[in-house]
Design a protein around this ligand. Structure first.
Ligand code: GTP
Length: 597
């Protein structure tokens, strides 16, 4: 295909606005995929994607479209995820595109991720084509959506906004024409040395890393001798091709094309996303600017349940090959044994990882209570250290300062819900930065500690605004804060995984709630076990987990006193012995803690 007839574009939108449905419709209309029956969401092929009805990874597919001008065009479409946790995927996809379709659900209007994804496209200087979807739905508010889009970007007034139904196919032909007419073709030079940007990858146990590339300059042929520019690793590619949407081998990929390059490389660190592939003999002068690595937002421990660490290790390493945004560090817990300390892009990402471990590796795991990271200095050392594991925070007597991350949170909500939202924000230790009224909506900008919004905040916001609020949150700064550590002893032994870092305001109440919950979820033993919560060395809460059977001292009156004394002696011996034994913590312990508000 001539480069002038190639169009590379991403479909971006807020979650559930219809990206995957539009991708399917485009594949259907261009005969890319022979739909046999009622297949839906052909690109969302992972089990987790089908279970949740959301896209987790971006998917690329080449479509051949005969336009109204009689010419054939190669439309390389990238379907992106809409969930806020996967913004990083959108950034990678957009960097391989020359334009985006910004899809808006006519029943919902412009929402937080519409704005966030618009910004990503704008920062990449891409042509942005707004499209209003679901106009077949009775509760569609097309005029409202148009107005919101013009407020987002006045330049949208220059062209008619297309109203479509991705589901029925209404006006999708117009979208295809606009893609051809308004998105520029790539402008590379196929005679220059190879310069191909790796925008994604997956790992295949036989073929090693399969790099997804946008060829900027040059022509890649099968068996070419290539190298990754940043890592400087050499390889010969046994196979190159395109996404159809399955991998379809081709003889060559030319400048402007989007396709895959099998590298045969077994260590994923050698060909990272963001790196540039070039020829070994003829090298391009300058690599493409790479990506910032993904930033973990929440951290938690992952430990094997009913399996060995070695099994978990195999599963986690394979998962990491196909999801480079998970951060992994091996860690040995005093109560759960060897496992990992992991970083995730958000709580939904954490949930997806847990499900993928079960679905794809048959691996049940224990995931400990998640937390954000903190920075501290000690009295002896003024260098700031970052920790993501609460048990790594030194004792309070040694600490000088503790800082916690704050995000800038922008919420737009209908005026009748403002009071409830303000209450939620003040409960979350938010600090008002700005407030603005437009028609029926109130826009509030707040600075809020990440620890208050990373876990359940969004669900609470959705519930009090009946799903009408839009929400955007971005890291702002670390701020010194009055933070304390809660530690929990079970049967006189501290349990690392039951260590929490919280603001002093909530600390005592939280410690009491946790200890109380533990009474009902910690597996009982034959003897009573005290559970104690400490803050700065002071006991602030205590309960006794009752024994499996009655305590000798209070059980029935039939036994002789000496027998009771013997029993008591045995129980007290057991108690002391068991204090040094590891406490087995089931997942229900961490789930119960997560449910504490
Ligand atoms: P994520 O990938 O999770 O961000 O979602 P998405 O944007 O890809 O949305 P998806 O295509 O999964 O559609 C979400 C829901 O909207 C599905 O139930 C679709 O059937 C429905 N839907 C999509 N397009 C239309 C449309 O044009 N009309 C109607 N009525 N429903 C639609």
């Amino acid at each position: 295909m001539k480069q002038e007839n190639i169009r590379n574009f991403s479909i971006v939108a807020h979650i559930d606005h219809g990206k995957s449905t539009l991708s399917d419709q485009i594949m259907k209309m261009t005969d890319t995929f022979s739909f046999r029956g009622n297949e839906e969401q052909v690109l969302d092929d992972m089990k987790v994607e089908q279970d949740h009805g959301v896209t987790v990874r971006s998917k690329t597919v080449r479509n051949i479209y005969r336009a109204k001008d009689g010419q054939e065009y190669e439309l390389n479409l990238i379907d992106t995820p809409g969930h806020v946790d996967f913004n990083y995927e959108v950034e990678k996809s957009v960097s391989a595109s020359d334009g985006v379709i910004l899809l808006v659900d006519a029943t919902k209007g412009v929402q937080a991720q519409t704005v966030a994804n618009y910004r990503i496209a704008k920062n990449n200087n891409l042509v942005i084509i707004p499209v209003i979807n679901k106009v077949d739905n009775q509760s569609a508010h097309v005029d409202m959506c148009e107005q919101q889009l013009y407020e987002l970007d006045e330049s949208f007034l220059e062209h008619d906004i297309i109203h479509i139904s991705a589901k029925t196919g209404l006006n999708v032909d117009k979208v295809l024409e606009v893609i051809v007419n308004r998105i520029p073709s790539p402008k590379g030079d196929e005679t220059k040395p190879i310069k191909a940007m790796i925008f994604d990858s997956h790992y295949d146990s036989y073929q090693g890393v399969v790099a997804y590339v946008k060829v900027i300059d040059g022509t890649i042929k099968a068996n070419d001798k290539l190298m990754s520019m940043n890592q400087r690793v050499k390889f010969a590619t046994p196979e190159i091709g395109i996404f159809s949407p399955q991998l379809l081998p081709l003889k060559e990929l030319k400048s402007g094309d989007i396709g895959y390059v099998i590298t045969g490389i077994k260590d994923p660190a050698d060909v990272r996303v963001g790196d540039t592939i070039t020829g070994q003999a003829r090298q391009t002068k300058q690599a493409v600017a790479g990506y910032q690595p993904a930033h973990s937002v929440v951290f938690a421990g992952i430990y094997p349940k009913d399996a060995d660490f070695d099994d978990l290790k195999v599963a986690m390493e394979k998962l990491k090959l196909n999801d480079s945004s998970i951060e992994l560090v091996e860690h040995v817990s005093n109560s759960l044994g060897p496992g990992y300390r992991c970083g995730f892009l958000g709580m939904f990402h954490l949930q997806i990882v847990r499900e993928r471990l079960i679905n794809e590796f048959g691996m049940s795991v224990i995931i400990t209570s998640p937390n954000v990271n903190y920075r501290y200095t000690t009295k002896n050392d003024s260098t700031l250290k970052t920790i993501n594991n609460p048990s790594d925070l030194p004792d309070f007597s040694l600490l000088k300062t503790i800082e916690e991350p704050f995000n800038k949170v922008v919420i737009e909500t209908p005026s009748e819900t403002v009071n409830d939202v303000l209450t939620l924000l003040s409960k979350s230790r938010g600090v008002l930065l700005d407030m603005d009224n437009t028609d029926q909506l109130v826009k509030m900008t707040y600075s809020v500690p990440l620890a208050e919004i990373a876990f359940n905040f969004f669900n609470q916001l959705k519930s009090i605004t009946h799903g009408f609020a839009t929400y955007d949150s971005q890291f702002m700064e670390y701020v010194e804060s009055d933070i304390v550590k809660i530690t929990i002893d079970v049967n006189y032994a501290p349990v690392d995984e039951l260590t929490f870092i919280v603001h002093r305001l909530n600390a005592e109440k939280l410690a009491q709630e946790i200890v109380h919950k533990l009474k009902y979820v910690i597996p009982r033993k034959l003897y009573p076990m005290p559970v104690q919560g400490y803050i700065e060395g002071r006991v602030v809460a205590r309960v006794d987990v009752p024994p499996l059977r009655k305590n000798a001292a209070v059980s029935g009156d039939k036994k002789s006193v000496s027998k009771k004394q013997a029993l008591l002696r045995r129980q007290s011996l057991n108690k002391r012995k068991s204090a040094s034994e590891a406490i087995q913590l089931p997942q229900s312990v961490f789930d119960a803690i997560l449910n504490i508000e």
